[in-house]
Ligand binder design. Sequence first.
Ligand code: CMC
Length: 391
Amino acid sequence: TGHFTYDPGYGSTASTKSAITYIDGDQGVLLYRGYPIEQLAEKSNFLEVSYLLLNGELPNKAQFESFEHDITHHTMMHEAQKNFFQGFHHDAHPMAMLAAAVASLSAFYHDDLNVDDPADRKMAAIRLIAKMPTIAAACFRYSIGWPVRYPRNNLEYVTRFLHMMFEVPSEPLTLNPVAAKALDLLFILHADHEQNASTSTVRLVGSTGANPYASIAAGITALWGPAHGGANEAVLKQLEEIGTPDNVEKAVLRAKDKNDSFRLMGFGHRVYKNFDPRAKIIREMCHKVLAELGVNDPLLEVAMKLEEAALKDDYFVERKLYPNVDFYSGIIYKALGIPTEMFTVMFAIARTSGWIAHWIEQHETPGSRIGRPRQIYTGADVRDYTPTAKR
Ligand code: CMC
């Protein structure tokens, strides 16, 4: 038995205090360290936002340069980590490789893993933010059989990543600046989201004293699920299945059918019950990016029709189900040439800054203790063991 508050899915339990991100789900407000997401999306960049999440304040010029210098000098993977990739089957899902490769960082950098030492914690944060794009690009290139590209440290964060993804030695990559800007913006929007499932996972693992790489690897596995970060991949697959605007009504009918487990992916959110401010920004950007890149993707039309049909349907209105951050992001990733299976990896690169900021905050908070939820026991009463022959 036990006398505990029953709160399945933690709908009303604050598991921690935190000063990093604020969400007002009824008003559709999202603030990083007090700054509205709309302003950061318009004026900041992903590295600056990462600094903000980690340190609590926007950097001045010297602080930003020093942070960027530190990140840039830790972008490489250990050469032996390339061999680690060789062990995977060629069709391994990039998220499977990413989770394993990030966990393996604790085997490569185990000399400064004292979680109680602020300098060690900072080092881990720098390494993770710096290496994530390198590892992510390696996952992609391994999956298509291309040799790994080393990071070009004369480029800035997002451009460097796109080079590692797509550059072929014989053909220098000409990048449309719109592509880098779009990806940078998506990274800003995904950088943190208070105590979501993956961040709570990082904190739960972190609460045991586990090292930062192991903690973040756990966050990556939590993010993978289609109810969470895996939704961006699921959205695109669903839009492809729906195929044409004519089939949208059928999909909406299925989503409403309680005897059918089919859900509209990219719809609904535990906290946002009015709209998801990130979705609003992404929706606008999606049209702009496709136009500027000259991409004409029929899936955009399907997505718009689906949104329109759902938003005027009582089922979705009553349950306050609106498009979330993942609804339009996939169409942008696709326009940038990023394959569907890499979408959740993109999310993971961005969320790494949030995860590590929470992990650091947890270790800086005096009196933090191990996360140890209780339960309401529903099993058998005490009983005596019976020998096999008597069962
Ligand atoms: N399509 C159809 N019905 C839905 C949907 C949907 N996408 N989402 C929720 N519902 C219904 C659900 O069936 C339930 O109906 P009823 O009250 O009749 O039983 C009601 O709405 C409440 O849903 P819930 O599952 O209790 O809500 P939750 O807060 O536990 O789940 C969610 C939130 C995001 C997991 C859920 O809305 C969902 O599965 N959405 C699709 C997956 C998705 O897009 N996830 C990305 C979330 S945002 C970014 C991120 O976290 O990575």
